[in-house]
Ligand binder design. Sequence first.
Ligand SMILES: CC(C)(COP(=O)(O)OP(=O)(O)OC[C@H]1O[C@@H](n2cnc3c(N)ncnc32)[C@H](O)[C@@H]1OP(=O)(O)O)[C@@H](O)C(=O)NCCC(=O)NCCS
Length: 187
Amino acid sequence: MTSSGTAEPAILGVTELTSDPELGARLVESAHRILADLVREGAALGWVEPPSRDEVAELLGHVVAAVQAGDGALRAAYLDRRLVGLGYWLRYVRPTHRPHADLEKIAVDVAVQGRGVGRALTAALIADARRAGVEILTLDARGDNSDALRLYRSLGFTEYGRLPDFVAVGERRYDKVFYMLDFRRQG
Ligand SMILES: CC(C)(COP(=O)(O)OP(=O)(O)OC[C@H]1O[C@@H](n2cnc3c(N)ncnc32)[C@H](O)[C@@H]1OP(=O)(O)O)[C@@H](O)C(=O)NCCC(=O)NCCS
């Protein structure tokens, strides 16, 4: 792992996380801190209120089980052995959608945003999807999340639809934007 403040993050998968007992044991606490802080600051991650520790533990348990069953990928970004970001995709459960997967969350600690961690995580998850034979990787985002949308477009995602004023945060409404990356068209 690296030691300087501008260093490249180490991007680990489930195999590396589960073979390092110290990192594995801290994963839920660290992920909860990152996700709850982001939601508290208004991040568009699907929660209106910050998730509880138990909710994050349940989510990660579900994702790790899916990864171990070959139905997903989870990536965690570390700087100096400190978790600074995470993201995952899961294959669709519906039998007719099984060739495809959905990139459900990418989250980077507010303190290190804008330093390439989100790009490194997303690129690793795309590479995982390609390796797993996923045909189309989808994601959706809140329409005002322009930094995230710019990142996804720069990695090859294109918009395939939009639901106007769909995402409800209190009285506010935002577009829900749908992006896809079709590996079949990429050769
Ligand atoms: C979106 C998010 C994951 C990006 O992670 P990040 O580590 O900050 O992003 P990176 O530093 O890798 O930047 C990647 C690209 O995103 C855009 N970007 C990220 N932060 C930016 C900022 N502060 N200002 C402008 N553009 C920014 C740029 O296009 C950048 O491109 P570049 O690599 O050519 O500079 C992160 O900001 C985040 O966790 N946001 C809150 C949660 C969220 O919205 N997740 C996405 C849900 S769909």
